[in-house]
Design a protein around this ligand. Structure first.
Ligand code: ATP
Ligand code: MG
Length: 602
């Protein structure tokens, strides 16, 4: 078949080589969920296959490139774990859509951009893993006589694979074949050079070959190891630099890394690695010695304030520890233990919302209008609530109602207290919540909540309406030990479960569109909290305050150990901690953020 096949050629080749179903492929087989990204030439949506429930990315080309794209033709030839797989090609009157593997880890560029102000480069083992993945994928691409032509961190997609790996780093897959060309294309000139930062010297003369793809990987490896690109400037300056300027190696780079990069970035394509496999075998011998490298550190001159000094104690009215969650809502901050729900109003009035005789999972809606409580006891057929007759003081509460149910939907009154209740009949997926390991329930929006559960390898996110009807689910191949909803809708911050080999890491999980972003910090995080303007990560007796784009703003010292922290409003934090390890006594502190001298503009 000629490389520049018509759309019907493309469709027939796609169906035969991918061995998809024999029925005509159609976009109506998928439920579109959200716009994930916009490239120069395409819009990409997340979608679920209606029958199988598989999460996919649908790439819809917006307008034609200067030269015809070989993307669909090329993609349907490839099938490798380190290449974004094309499951089907849907042709329509206006063009075609590619149905691709969904990569929830985003691109290598977004991975590198997290916490830019932290001098914490990727660990050398992670760099070797990522580049090895890319080289394995590239070897498969070249064996299929294809040149990618636009390798750069923006076109490397990350995912957390279900197959067990020795470590918790994401798996890298090569994607975006918009500039790819069959090697034996008679018109073998590559007019579009892709990104000039990653382009080999010969690319500027319209030439491309597997060696130019290997040069681009050399630039990426340099960027990962050094933290900067070998050359920068205007496209003209980049052309000159790639063609004539020698590459500078900082003294911190090991000699084995320098020698590998010298070969990969050779000006003469014939003197580079002959194949991706040859570069991979040299990479695997690269020393993991980090002796020369400066240790990961917090930004210099980071301001620091004492949290305890700025905090004042408020009465806890006998709320007993441990705290299951603190959730900021428009009325103030909700405090949930596993048997009670309270509200500390913006005027610092502590109200009792509901008490339960059985341990429950409790979640509050982000708009502060309702809460859901579900019994933790699989054998119990009922949830018993004791609702205070007056909201003012917990000591005055009387048992007002008993009802039998495994779950309850309650609403807040206009005065912030608890008003009405509706007992839920739990169906299918929520009933399994009683049997498996639920980590937390979290309110998603005005009508939905999610149940987050986890095992040793995965985290499951199941969405329900507030009346307990199952809506859908997603899973993430990363076990989490803590999850807290953030101020951004459909997003939570979590801590991955620590193992003997991997310490816990902070991850931000967004559900719409599904995206998982680990946050690299030069500390071992113990607890995460979400604030209206960012996040707080506690470690030992300190905490780092991060803004919404995960840049570190300040360090707080004297943070009470094991404390849960949330905002009551934009200016006040609530800190809940146990007074002594032995007792269930809770201490509640309120700290005015303005008195902490933080670098935040209110
Ligand atoms: P470019 O501007 O680089 O030419 P493009 O128009 O060819 O891009 P892609 O790079 O394929 O498009 O995708 C654009 C964006 O869509 C990506 O940056 C990414 O955010 C998102 N995206 C693309 N493919 C996937 C995928 N398989 N899974 C998840 N997100 C994806
Ligand atoms: Mg791209």
């Amino acid at each position: 078949m000629s490389p520049s096949g018509s759309q019907s050629d493309i469709a027939s080749q796609a169906t035969s080589s991918q061995a998809t179903s024999s029925r005509a492929n159609s976009l109506s087989d998928y439920r579109l969920l959200a716009l994930v990204g916009q490239g120069q030439f395409a819009q990409v949506y997340s979608a679920v296959h209606r029958r199988s429930g598989r999460l996919v990315a649908i790439k819809q080309t917006r307008h034609a490139r200067e030269t015809e794209s070989h993307e669909p033709l090329v993609m349907c030839k490839l099938n490798h774990p380190n290449v974004v797989r094309c499951h089907e090609i849907i042709t329509g009157a206006t063009g075609y859509q590619l149905v691709l593997d969904y990569c929830e880890g985003g691109t290598l560029r977004s991975h590198l951009n997290s916490t830019q102000n932290i001098a914490a480069p990727l660990p050398i083992i992670e760099i070797k893993t990522l580049i090895s993945d890319i080289l394995k994928g590239l070897s498969h691409i070249h064996r299929n006589h294809i040149v990618h032509g636009d390798l750069k961190p923006e076109n490397i997609f990350l995912t957390y694979p279900s197959e067990p790996r020795k470590h918790r780093y994401p798996l890298a897959k090569i994607g975006d074949f918009g500039s790819a060309r069959p090697l034996r294309d008679p018109s073998h000139s590559h007019k579009e050079i892709g990104s000039p930062t990653y382009a080999a010297p010969e690319r500027f003369e319209g030439q491309s070959s597997p060696a130019s793809d290997l040069y681009a990987i050399g630039v990426m490896l340099y960027e990962l190891l050094v933290g900067d690109r070998p050359f920068s400037g205007t496209p003209e300056a980049l052309k000159k630099a790639h063609q004539t300027q020698s590459v500078f190696f900082p003294a911190t780079l090991s000699s084995s890394a320098q020698s590998l990069l010298t070969t990969a970035l050779h000006k003469n394509p014939r003197k580079r690695f002959r194949t991706a496999a040859a570069m991979l075998s040299t990479l695997q011998q690269l020393s993991e010695d980090t002796e020369n490298l400066p240790p990961p550190a917090l930004p210099k001159g980071l301001s620091q304030s004492s949290l305890s000094q700025a905090a004042i104690a408020i009465p806890s009215h006998g709320i007993s520890a441990p705290i299951a969650s603190l959730t900021t809502i428009p009325q103030g901050c909700c405090i949930a233990t596993d048997r009670s729900l309270h509200l500390l109003t913006r005027r610092r009035e502590l109200l009792s919302i509901a008490r339960f005789r059985q341990p429950c999972w409790i979640t509050v809606s982000p708009n502060g209008k309702w809460f859901v409580a579900i019994s933790k006891q699989p054998t119990t057929n009922k949830i018993t609530t004791e609702v205070p007759s007056t909201n003012k003081a917990i000591s005055q509460h009387t048992v007002s109602q008993y009802r039998e149910s495994k779950g309850m939907l309650g609403s807040f009154s206009a005065r912030s207290g608890h008003q009405r209740r509706r007992f839920l009949t739990l169906t299918g997926p929520l009933l399994t919540a009683l049997r498996s390991h639920t980590l937390q329930l979290i309110g998603l929006d005005a009508r939905h909540f999610a149940r987050i559960s986890t095992n040793s390898t995965k985290t499951y996110i199941e969405c329900f309406t507030r009346r307990s009807q199952f809506v859908g689910q997603m899973s993430l191949n990363l076990p989490l030990s803590q999850v807290i909803p953030t101020a951004t809708p459909y997003q939570f911050i979590g801590l991955s479960t620590a193992t003997a080999r991997a310490p816990a890491t902070v991850v931000i999980v967004t559900l719409k569109p599904f995206h998982v972003q680990p946050i690299r910090l030069p500390i071992e995080p113990q607890k995460v909290s979400a604030l209206p303007w960012g996040y707080l990560v506690s470690y030992q007796r300190n905490a780092l305050l991060l803004d919404r784009s995960a840049q570190v703003l300040n360090r707080l010292s004297e943070v009470p150990t094991g404390s849960a922290i949330a905002a009551i409003n934009a200016h006040n934090l609530l800190i809940a901690s146990t007074k002594t390890a032995a007792k269930n006594d809770l201490s509640l502190l309120v700290a005015n953020v303005k008195s902490l001298n933080l670098d935040i503009i209110f």
